[in-house]
Design a protein around this ligand. Structure first.
Ligand SMILES: [Zn+2]
Length: 687
């Protein structure tokens, strides 16, 4: 083997081991040790080496998580050892009855147990061969499942290869583990909100969503979903005979599987009851849905002895949390006005206890959802909390109708500002058309300064309300023009808090471009789309002037999203806001480069940017400045046009300044230009 290839092979192996290790720390242990940037550079290096030496690509390489073309249908997998379903118990007496039944079958045996949470997801079986993930299937009917290997590979907490290099010597050559794939609750809410906005049918619960996401024929779709897994059992293994289930769980964790840190050994049934009570109270706070606990007899020998009855193992039982449904009256349907002007209906309910929590309100998503369910004001309705963050109204109790119930009418005018409400053709949401609607402004500014936006610490909902009421803020950019005096005039605002607010605002000026884009509140543009846009365009002006075709060329941007971005930047008022953000000192370009068409084939930080230098610079001649701009991939031109990204202003600038004001060109002084130049030169290693 040539020396160069040998070196490349050694390096790719090293990189894979490193990336595997950091994936494990990040996705399984939730304890990352290196920055995202450092991780990215390892990953990029591996990508590059594999591109140069395709013969070195292995299926378990971390670059190969999303691979394989869409399939027409899933293959069928026969489970060598069936995946059983569990019997249920619903209270302490039934739990004791279960124990008495099994105790009779193993007289004299001191039983101990393992308690686990019962995840609200989809059971899967993963087969490992020689330390590498070989095949994964859904539970199906327990005997036969669907081969969803390429989809399971996209879940980053599923190891493509086992820990250890090479994996521990005592690892069986072939074995199967079992676990539950789930969809995190918060992401579920977000996905459903997006689907409601687009008028698509909603997912009923996180379990269906997990199943729907895993059973996608195109693995790229699965990869875009935030699925995760807990591994909780060994299905079968060649030449491996642990004594207890607890030992199995520890062994699985050591191999790099994501097992739950909440699993608990219980020496008695009382301890099982303690575990149950504890999680009955706290399970709502978990980031994933659970509907009970699972109790397993710890000794595998006893498990074998107890065996299976029908399709249920005798040695394990699900101890369910109480049903999370209740019936109550739908008193009224209220309307929230969102930041995009959408009128979001919600149910006002007669307060009712649902699994220990008082529920007074529930989401109704949109008008069509209300019609589909035929909900009428005054109805008795079934309310459910099934692992969701927000309770849902499932259906009306039609038998209980008296005839006095009335159907819901979407208001014709905005309940906040009285503006006209329209529901555009083909859209699911009715909207307030008044662009100065205070409800929209409040939501928009709150979003802008919030965690998903510019993250301006110390500027919360209440402060935003005051700023709008006093007229200090009439659009999001006004935030950057607030003065100490402005703030001190507000209620409950002391010298010190004013100072804190101002320094948070100052800090937020330097947020990366994708944060700014996400903060603007453009419909359908969440943080992931914003990141893709920032990566692609690099500067806000390129995004603002992009055509529909250009926008749809960005990965993850479909026609609806592209149209929404395009329309947003077409609006004069929005363009003014962007200009004002610039004037307010907000950074509107990303560090580094856009990857758009103009930047292709080059890796220089200023590709696609146009500079005009006017006036006299102190630190270099005009010619030197132009040479350094070109060296960074930028274009230095004489005349100011709409395409100009920066006007660099030296001493005695002359008439170009007026033209720049007309064109709203971004101007920088010499100091700022030097700072940008240093930053760019550092990136290329030229500085
Ligand atoms: Zn309004």
């Amino acid at each position: 083997m040539p020396e160069k290839l040998k070196q490349a092979r050694a390096r790719t192996e090293k990189l894979r081991a490193l990336i595997h290790h950091h994936d494990y720390l990040y996705y399984v242990l939730d304890a990352p040790e290196i920055s995202d940037a450092a991780y990215d550079s390892l990953f990029q290096e591996l990508r590059r080496l594999e591109k140069e030496h395709p013969e070195l690509v292995t299926p378990e390489s971390p670059t190969q998580r999303v691979s394989g073309a869409p399939v027409a249908a899933f293959g069928v997998v026969q489970h060598p050892v069936p995946l059983l379903s569990l019997g249920n118990v619903f209270n302490h007496d039934e739990l004791i009855a279960w124990q008495e039944r099994i105790s009779r079958l193993v007289p004299g045996e001191e039983l101990d147990y393992v308690c686990e949470l019962k995840y609200d997801g989809l059971a899967v079986a993963l087969v490992y061969e020689n330390g590498v993930f070989a095949r994964g299937a859904t539970r199906g009917d327990g005997e036969q499942g669907e081969d969803v290997t390429p989809n399971l590979r996209t879940i980053k907490s599923i190891p493509l290869r086992l820990n250890g290099d090479p994996p521990q010597a005592d690892v069986p050559p072939r074995f199967e583990v079992r676990g539950e794939v789930y969809f995190p609750k918060q992401e579920f809410e977000r996905l459903n909100a997006e689907r409601a906005e687009r008028g698509e049918p909603l997912y009923a619960n996180p379990r269906n969503t997990a199943a729907g996401s895993l059973r996608q024929l195109d693995p790229r779709v699965t990869a875009s979903r935030p699925l995760n897994i807990y591994v909780y059992a060994l299905g079968w293994a060649e030449g491996f005979a642990p004594a207890t289930h607890w030992e199995v769980l520890e062994w699985l964790a050591a191999l790099g599987f994501r097992t739950s840190s909440l699993n608990r050994w219980a020496g008695s049934l009382d301890k099982v009851e303690d575990f149950y009570k504890e999680w009955l109270e706290k399970h709502e706070d978990l980031p994933y849905g659970t509907d009970g606990i699972v109790v397993k007899v710890n000794s595998l020998d006893v498990q074998r002895h107890l065996g299976v009855v029908g399709r249920e193992p005798r040695w394990s039982v699900a101890y369910k949390f109480p049903a999370e449904q209740a019936v109550t009256r739908l008193l009224d349907i209220g309307i929230n006005v969102g930041r995009t002007g959408s009128l979001n209906p919600f149910a006002i309910l007669e307060p009712v206890q649902v699994s220990g929590v008082t529920v007074k309100m529930a989401t109704l998503h949109n008008e069509d959802d209300i019609r589909r369910k035929d909900l009428r004001i005054g109805d008795l309705v079934v309310v459910q909390r099934a692992g969701e963050v927000v309770p849902q109204v499932l259906r009306p109790v039609i038998e209980a109708r008296t005839g006095s119930e009335r159907p819901f009418e979407m208001p014709k005018t905005c309940p906040v500002c009285g503006g006209e409400v329209v529901r555009p053709e083909g859209e699911a949401m009715a909207r307030c058309t008044n662009s100065t609607c205070p409800a929209q402004l409040l939501e928009l500014v709150s979003h802008f300064v919030g965690r998903a936006g510019m993250d301006v610490e110390g500027v919360g909902y209440a402060l935003v309300q005051q700023l709008i009421k006093t007229g200090l803020v009439t659009n999001v950019a006004d935030i950057f023009f607030l003065t100490r005096e402005d703030l001190l005039r507000l209620e409950r605002m002391g010298e010190k808090s004013a100072q804190n607010v101002l320094s948070s605002i100052e800090a937020s000026r330097h947020r990366p471009l994708h944060r700014v884009i996400a903060a603007l509140g453009i419909r359908h543009v969440g943080s992931e789309t914003a990141e893709a846009l920032a990566r692609y365009f690099g500067v806000i002006d390129k995004l603002a002037s992009a055509s529909l075709e250009e926008l749809t060329a960005v990965a993850d941007v479909g026609p609806v999203v592209a149209q929404s971005i395009f329309t947003w930047f077409q609006q004069e008022s929005n363009r003014r806001v962007v200009q004002k953000l610039k004037e307010g000192g907000v950074r509107m370009e990303s560090r580094g480069i856009g990857t758009g068409p103009e930047a292709l084939g080059t890796q220089l930080p200023w590709s696609g940017l146009e500079f005009v230098v006017t006036g006299r610079l102190e630190s270099m001649s005009r010619g030197q400045a132009e040479a350094r701009i070109k060296a960074m991939g930028g274009k230095a031109t004489e005349s100011l046009t709409r395409r100009t990204s920066y006007l660099v202003v030296g001493a005695d600038p002359g008439s170009k300044m007026d033209r720049a004001r007309q064109l709203e060109t971004h101007t920088v002084d010499e100091a700022e230009f030097l700072r940008l130049l240093r930053e760019a030169e550092q990136q290329t290693g030229a500085g």
